[in-house]
Design a protein around this ligand. Structure first.
Ligand code: MV4
Length: 447
């Protein structure tokens, strides 16, 4: 009997999910807000349901409306994508309780990984290298607090256990700042997450950001699709991502990859996931695990030929998915440029009418995007317009292909960060792969 998936997202990832559903002969329900009536994938879905006004809180984050849409369309499963409710354990739990398959890990695993102290405990138990630090209850007594911090060693990073993705963090460089910084971070965490639990880590000053893509079926099988380097970031927003990460210590990587698979098996992880690391001085340091598909998933797909979104659907819907690491053959290099609707200098969002748009193309060029000539970019959501992904035998030819793709691509009517990418791809530090997570903000954009 044909099964039906409700796609609880918008933009390029909703279109990506719809395409995967069609390839698996799954019926599709697309939800949308009143601010998103012109989204491309709505015309391709079998059914569409408006779940509320443009405000995300009243539509894409509106759990009762989304579950009602699944109910009235008799959907079997709900696909969350990334952002919005993708890592909301309560939403996953409500899907399960309402009789819908949540296309992702179990709500308990989402909850475990959403608690960064628990995630770190589980990582350490699986042999994953972690950032040295302190994860116990922080004492109120200042003397005891200072002792703990000095044992970790300054500079330290204070982090909220309910945080992640750069939220609820603060660097402390000397003891004089410690108590005030802890109190401030605690208050911010309480306000932002309703949970003021903190932990301390040694501050890793000039790391690269390397992540490992895993796929597991919840039945003891887990594979990895290698690494991605996402160091080109601004304010925790990735700008360029690539796979595989180059110039990585082979032995440290092997140990880390095997430990990641061990973690997946130990928690019966089901679905796709990303384990994030800082990488410095040939050392991996676990920072967190993301229990969702990521924006940058295409670069891992292009060097392996493995469709991660179809895998999500097949695992969750028990459609038979053999996960054999021997079947994963890595070939070449892939790179992704995120094209955002924003002023290239100020990064201020630039919504509005795309009067004309032309996509890039050619051998080894993938364009994941929902935009088209005449599309009006709404101001209510994130500014991601398109992902240009190039694949080639080497990193150098990937860059060359990306330069050419960017020269072909244009968007008239709104501003984009297109020109930033054109400059970055010619930058010597980037081309020689010498950049770390601080480079874009502290060097490239400040020069
Ligand atoms: C760190 C760190 C340095 N030292 N932890 C940023 C978001 C979350 N993924 C964790 N993050 C960081 N944790 C220690 N002990 C630096 C960052 C960080 C960062 C990490 C990866 C990619 C970009 C980043 C940008 C700013 C800070």
């Amino acid at each position: 009997m044909t099964r039906k998936v409700l796609i609880a997202n918008r933009g390029e990832i909703a279109l990506r999910a719809l395409r995967a559903c069609k390839e698996l002969d799954l019926k599709t329900v697309a939800i949308y807000s009143t601010g998103d009536k012109e989204l491309k994938h709505l015309r391709l879905a079998d059914e569409t349901v408006c779940v509320g006004p443009a405000s995300p809180l009243k539509s894409y984050l509106n759990i009762p409306a989304i579950l009602s849409a699944a109910e009235v369309t008799r959907a079997d499963a709900i696909y969350p994508g990334y952002g919005f409710l993708a890592e909301d354990a309560d939403f996953a739990e409500k899907c399960e309780a309402s009789g819908f398959v949540f296309i992702g890990p179990s709500s308990s695993v989402i909850r475990q990984m959403g608690d960064k102290i628990t995630a770190k405990d589980l990582a350490e138990q699986s042999g994953i290298p972690i950032v040295p630090g302190y994860r116990g209850i922080l004492p109120k007594d200042e003397i005891a607090l200072k002792k703990i911090a000095s044992d970790v060693g300054y500079p330290i990073m204070i982090k909220a256990s309910a945080g992640g993705g750069g939220r609820g963090m603060r660097v402390v460089r000397e003891e004089a700042e410690l108590v005030s910084s802890i109190n401030l971070t605690q208050q911010e965490a309480k306000n932002a997450f309703g949970n003021d639990t903190l932990y301390l880590e040694k501050f890793i000053q000039n790391p690269r950001h390397i992540e490992i893509q895993i796929v597991a079926d919840g039945k003891g099988h887990a594979i990895h699709l290698g690494t991605r380097d996402c160091s080109m970031q601004r304010r925790h927003q990735k700008v360029i991502e690539e796979a595989p990460a180059q110039d990585v210590n082979a032995e440290a990587l092997e140990i880390t990859l095997n430990a990641c698979l061990q973690l997946c098996k130990s928690i019966s992880y089901s679905g796709v996931g990303t384990i994030e690391f800082l990488y410095e001085n040939n050392q991996f340091y676990f920072i967190e695990m993301n229990t969702r598909i990521q924006v940058e998933h295409p670069v891992s797909e292009m060097i392996t030929g493995f469709d991660l979104v179809k895998a999500q659907l097949k695992i969750a819907l028990n459609m038979g998915m053999t996960l054999d690491q021997n079947e994963i053959i890595f070939r070449g290099h892939a790179m992704e440029c995120r094209i955002n609707a924003e002023d290239p200098e100020t990064f201020v969002p630039s919504p509005g009418l795309i009067s004309k748009m032309h996509p890039p193309g050619g051998f080894g060029v993938r364009f994941d995007s929902h935009i088209y000539s005449g599309y009006v970019v709404p101001p209510h959501y994130d500014s991601l317009l398109a992902k240009i992904i190039t694949t080639a035998n080497t990193r150098e030819s990937c860059i060359k292909r990306m330069v050419s793709a960017l020269d072909e691509f244009f968007v008239d009517g709104i501003q984009t960060n297109h020109s930033l990418h054109q400059k970055l791809l010619k930058d010597q530090t980037f081309c020689s792969n010498k950049h770390d997570i601080n480079y874009l903000e502290e060097v490239f954009l400040s020069s």
